[in-house]
Design a protein around this ligand. Structure first.
Ligand code: GRF
Length: 195
């Protein structure tokens, strides 16, 4: 299975996914793509020997379909079978997502269905939640929805700030996403719950 990983920032999840696809793992990374030409994840991917491509979304303005046509064109040479969104911060249209239905995964930093969208850790803290976490799900046209492939829970600690909670959740993301990717590629659809 040829996996394309989409990043917008540092790409720490991408690094863990790439590092996991070795040995008898049936998948391999074929390209790391970013909408940010300066994304740190592109540098880290290149350091790991993974091809990279950047498609800046800004020239396309509000024309999401045109941006996504450029994405599709940029991806073509790498022939991906599966897309993993990993800290990718652009909303994809239903048209693009439908073209990848059943072949696109995402990781979201909350225990879905709670806290879809942004600022998930601040919202969990404001709500006084005792635990938080992350979710890997299949991407469907509804934002942060879709069949759940796995969830990782972490405790909320006294004095947590959004940053301290985000760091704890990110560590769990780095465990959860590689495990969910392998299960998905191997045809396992029962959700994985960590720890
Ligand atoms: C993090 O906030 C993470 O929770 C979310 O995307 C952001 C960046 O992740 N999944 P990464 O380090 O670029 O993978």
């Amino acid at each position: 299975t040829r996996v394309a990983i989409f990043v917008s920032g540092g790409g720490s999840n991408m690094v863990k996914l790439v590092e996991s696809m070795t040995g008898d793992h049936p998948a391999r990374p074929c390209v790391v793509l970013s909408n940010q030409t300066g994304a740190g994840g592109l540098v880290r991917a290149r350091e790991m020997g993974v091809p990279t491509v950047a498609v800046d979304h800004r020239p396309f303005g509000k024309d999401r379909a045109a941006f996504e046509a450029a994405l599709t064109e940029a991806l073509a040479p790498y022939r991906p079978d599966l897309i993993c969104l990993a800290g990718f911060m652009r909303v994809l249209t239903a048209g693009f997502v439908d073209g990848w239905r059943g072949r696109m995964l995402n990781i979201h930093p909350s225990l879905l269905p709670k806290y879809t969208g942004l600022h998930t850790h601040a919202r969990a803290l404001e709500a006084g939640d005792r635990e938080a976490g992350c979710t890997v799900h299949e991407v469907t046209p509804v934002l942060d929805d879709g069949p759940i492939l796995g969830q990782g829970r972490v405790p909320v600690e006294e004095g947590d700030t959004p940053d301290t909670l985000a760091a704890r959740v990110l560590t769990m993301e780095h465990r959860l996403y590689p495990a969910c990717l392998r299960r998905f590629v191997e045809g396992e659809r029962d959700p994985l719950y960590l720890p």
